[in-house]
Write a protein that binds this ligand. Structure first.
Ligand code: NDP
Length: 447
């Protein structure tokens, strides 16, 4: 059988065995379609069915999460943890609380996480979890009761050497605090390394909050440098206004990029004079308000309800909100408007057709696996600090993050060239991540 036919057959099997999980199918296809040249070089990967094994999670946990809201009514949500691959280290990957969460979303994120974590070069496996619980509009007490119920079941599957969750959409330091508190109570162990994204006052790493956004911008900087360009003076747009988006904007501004737009799931703020980031932080991080409210404070800013941020002219575009938010039509608009670089702060925000548009136009395109790996890399640094009961300074931790992002860029760049597609970071990231996992799987035998 040719390698192309083998890959086609693996994909068919994934679709058949995981019906209705469109995002998972998409994530698998995106990776395995780039692996043919690797199988040519390493026939042993096919012989040992490495791809087939990677596509099947090691363990999937689905559980009931009952809790009581402020009115005393019983609510029932569904919890998930997909422990995908632990060949490089304990399972590692965030928890997402959003009404759209179902098994297919968790599996797509967990699958991506395997290769992203491998790319960082740190000793961490891949996993993801979450719930269809929507924290939006819920009181602190409701969020706490939900988190306690969620952890009452999940704790038996976690441990600093077993599985180490972190945050994702809808899960920030508040939720991690409640989850950690309940884990400690259930296990009677102060096991700092069991969750990352903790507040720095009780075991969290400095820079973890900033790391995904900062890391994405470092990756953009490396891509531009490789082309003799820089961020300075470039007009930038960033979708979302959550954790990743806010700190991507902060780093862009510090590197003298001119950020003119951001968004949330209701609409877009366009502020030609430059986004007032302190205001966005206050509205989103402190007061938990909508981005629409930004326009109340800046009369020269425009709010576009339900608008597409990708229609705004820019040189650099960073999708930092959610999956499949940037489609083919949006990609064509960005290219027509002269965009030179796109990097995925979010996971799989760019549809496959949109990625092709960017690649055909010769735009520097950084896939999430590489570009947003700074978050999980800093989580691994948090685990390192917890293990040694140490606390590193902001400067030291950020320096480590920057080195790691530089290393990821270099490895992806080199692999793309080695496999005949210079500048193709999608191919480079998939191959580097896959090879690291495959080599360890071969060494461990059939498990
Ligand atoms: P947050 O919950 O902090 O923010 C998410 C942002 O995206 C909000 O502005 C939200 O708007 C917007 N958003 C969410 N869903 C949609 C939607 N369906 N349509 C439009 N906008 C939407 O999450 P994060 O910033 O942590 O995560 C953002 C992305 O980055 C996700 O893809 C996540 O997987 C990825 N990521 C996160 C990492 C991290 O360290 N946090 C690490 C690596 C990747 P609203 O408030 O209206 O919902």
């Amino acid at each position: 059988m040719t390698n192309e036919a083998r890959i086609g057959r693996i994909y068919e099997q994934v679709v058949r065995r995981n019906p209705g999980e469109a995002e998972f199918h998409q994530a698998v296809k995106e990776v395995i379609d780039t692996l043919e040249p690797v199988l040519v070089k390493h026939p042993e990967y096919a012989e040992h069915k490495i791809i087939e094994r990677i596509c099947e999670p090691e363990r999937q946990i689905i559980f009931r999460v009952p809790w009581q809201d402020d009115a005393g009514e019983v609510q029932i949500n569904r919890g998930f943890r997909v422990q995908f691959n632990s060949v490089l280290g304990p399972y590692k990957g965030g928890l997402r609380f959003h009404p759209s969460v179902y098994l297919g979303i968790v599996k797509f994120l967990g699958f991506e996480q395997i290769f992203k974590n491998a790319l960082t070069g740190m000793p961490i496996g891949g996993a993801k979890g979450g719930s269809d619980f929507d924290p939006k509009g819920r009181s602190d007490g409701e969020v706490m009761r939900f988190c306690q119920s969620f952890m009452t079941e999940l704790h038996r599957h976690l441990g600093e050497f077993t599985d180490v969750p972190a945050g994702d959409i809808g899960v920030g330091a508040r939720e991690i605090g409640y989850l950690f508190g309940q884990y400690k109570r259930m296990t009677n162990r102060y096991e700092s390394g069991v969750l990352t994204g903790k507040h720095p006052k009780w075991g969290g790493s400095l820079v973890r909050r900033e790391s995904t956004g900062y890391g994405t911008v470092y990756f953009v900087d490396e891509m531009l440098k490789a082309r003799g360009q820089s961020i300075e003076g470039q007009t930038c747009i960033v979708s979302g206004s959550g954790n990743v988006a806010i700190y991507a904007m902060e780093k862009l501004q510090r590197m003298r990029g001119h950020v003119v737009a951001c968004s949330d799931s209701n609409g877009v703020i366009h502020h030609e004079r430059g986004i007032d980031l302190e205001l966005v932080k206050r509205l989103k991080e402190v007061e938990r308000r909508r981005i629409a409210d930004y326009a109340e404070f800046h009369r020269d800013a425009t709010y576009l309800p339900g608008g597409s941020i990708w229609n705004i002219r820019c040189d650099i575009a960073l999708p930092c909100a959610t999956q499949n938010e940037l489609d083919e039509a949006a990609a064509r608009t960005l290219v027509a408007n002269g965009c030179v670089a796109v990097a995925e702060g979010a996971n799989m925000p760019t549809t496959p057709a949109a990625v092709r548009v960017f690649q055909e136009a010769g735009i520097a395109f950084g896939p999430g696996k590489a570009a947003n790996a700074g978050g999980v890399a800093t989580s691994a640094l948090e685990m390192q600090q917890n293990a040694s009961r140490d606390t590193w300074s902001f400067e030291h931790t950020e320096e480590r993050l920057q080195q790691i992002m530089g290393g990821i860029h270099r490895h992806c760049h080199e692999a793309a060239a080695e496999f005949g597609s210079p500048g193709n970071y999608v191919l480079g990231a998939n191959i580097v991540g896959f090879r690291r996992v495959a080599e360890a799987m071969l060494a461990f035998g059939v498990i």
